[in-house]
Design a protein around this ligand. Structure first.
Ligand code: ASP
Length: 451
């Protein structure tokens, strides 16, 4: 069985076993010995430990990977002017897709009315957390200490530092070339580490999902079925239809291929609910399976994981309308515009970890003059929705990276069109340790001018 299929089977098995455990626990008295053993030794023992080790190991690779990919990308580009064009296009597309996403959320929820007819319960119990002020978000992009930025995993700061190093290397003559070549070697090594993590993924994904579904509390989902279905429907629509249309109209490429190659990334995003933890897999997939060169992928994917959250923006649009409906408030045109603006900015300030979208939602609600306590209404069902919206978030990053590479005339269209590209990485371990010469990271960069 291919690795992607093994991960998908592990995902399904984790969901089934976790849901089974939840049902079993629901039928047992919480004080019973069996319930105690299941909770202590399985859910919060074995599965919790395995899942946390898996996420820690993924996060371990993020900073080294972003550093080396971005530096290699910059040095292979050789000119900072091109980098400026790539950056402009990437950021422009990220903002555009986020605006579309939040508008889709607002429109869909207004038409479907998931909150109509519901009454306010539990709302006053919610203690709003303070969202980060937007000015801080801007200032925090610039690092004062690169090691502290790396140690704290401040991705935007790491990106800025890596861009600076890459820029300096291209201007530092022979010394720069020597160090750039060291970074290229390092990239091969780090990509190998990502390969090892991917091999272990079925176990990690299984453990994470068993624990999540065993503790999910499905009864809350039933109470909020209309909200849940509206939001998940819109997320799937955006993830499949909107991105496909965008890719097709801007590049003419077959979007079905992108979706097929993203399945493994979706499994990671879904089970970790963190674009940050999924970043190593997104980056590897975008480079080796979609044919995006390092110069674009190394910049666009880490940046996207940090600032581009279309799934989160859809959630914020739907949640705003839902809360307004439950409280019986009619949203005015200027309130809707405010939501589009703040949700787009909030997506930049949302950290790529589980649940943060709900914290920045309080910023959106405050700006639109809506009751922040309304978040209490949806908090119970947020985890599963977070898993789905994270998969949408990473799809946005991969789609934009592909479009930017294509527009730059740098997409390896042959790799994109090859359904089996990087197929060796999809096979069980053998070549992960032997250093197969067909390794995608060792392939010479091929670039095709767009026709
Ligand atoms: N979990 C999301 C992500 O990492 C962020 C959020 O919406 O909470 O992309």
């Amino acid at each position: 069985m291919s690795l992607t299929n093994r991960i998908l089977v592990a995902m399904a098995a984790g969901i089934v076993l976790g849901s089974g455990i939840e049902l079993l626990l629901g039928s047992l008295s919480p004080e019973s010995r069996v319930a105690g053993v299941i909770n202590d030794y399985l859910i919060f023992g074995l599965f919790d430990v395995l899942g946390r080790i898996f996420i820690a190991s993924l996060k371990l690779l993020v900073v080294p990977l972003v550093m080396v990919s971005l530096i290699c990308g910059m040095t292979s580009l050789g000119s900072s002017a091109r980098m400026g064009a790539i950056a402009g296009r990437t950021i422009g597309l990220y903002l555009l897709t986020t605006c579309v996403a939040v508008s889709l959320g607002l429109l869909g929820a207004t038409l479907l009315g998931p909150g109509n007819g519901l009454s306010i319960e539990a709302a006053s119990a919610y203690q709003a957390k303070t969202p980060p002020p937007l000015t801080d978000v801007l200032v925090n992009i610039f690092p004062s200490n690169p090691f502290s930025a790396m140690a704290k995993g401040e991705m935007l700061q790491v990106i800025v530092f890596a861009l600076l190093v890459g820029f300096a290397l291209t201007r530092a003559g022979e010394a720069g070339q020597r160090i750039a070549s060291w970074f290229r070697d390092m990239e091969v090594v780090v990509m190998r580490m990502v390969g090892v993590m991917i091999e272990l993924a079925p176990w990690g994904v299984f453990a994470l999902l068993v624990k999540l579904f065993a503790t999910m509390g499905f009864s809350t989902i039933a109470n909020l079925a209309a909200y849940f279905l509206t939001l998940s429907g819109l997320l799937i629509f955006h993830g499949i239809v909107v991105y496909s249309l965008l890719l097709k109209t801007t590049t003419g490429l077959n979007p079905g291929l992108l979706r097929a190659k993203m399945r493994r990334v979706w499994a990671f995003a879904f089970s970790t609910a963190s674009s940050g933890a999924t970043l190593p897999i997104t980056l590897r997939t975008v480079e080796t399976r979609l044919g995006v060169p390092k110069s674009v992928a190394g910049f666009a994917v880490p940046l996207g994981a940090t600032i581009n959250m279309d799934g989160t923006a859809i959630m914020q649009g739907v949640a705003t309308v839902f809360i307004a409906q439950v409280y019986g408030i009619d949203l005015t045109g200027s309130q809707l515009l405010m939501v589009i603006l703040t949700a787009t900015l909030a997506s930049i300030g949302t950290a790529a970890v589980p649940g943060v979208g709900l914290i920045t939602l309080s910023l959106v609600l405050t700006q639109a003059g809506l009751p922040v306590e309304g978040i209490a209404l949806i908090i119970g069902v947020d985890r599963l929705l977070d898993m789905i919206r994270t998969a949408v978030n990473v799809t946005g990053d991969a789609t934009v990276a592909t479009i930017v590479a294509y527009k730059e005339g740098q997409l390896d269209v042959a790799v994109y069109n090859d359904p089996d590209a990087d197929h060796d990485a999809d096979q069980p371990a053998a070549n992960a340790t032997t250093g197969s010469p067909t390794s995608p990271t060792e392939k010479p960069a091929v670039s095709m001018e767009k026709s």
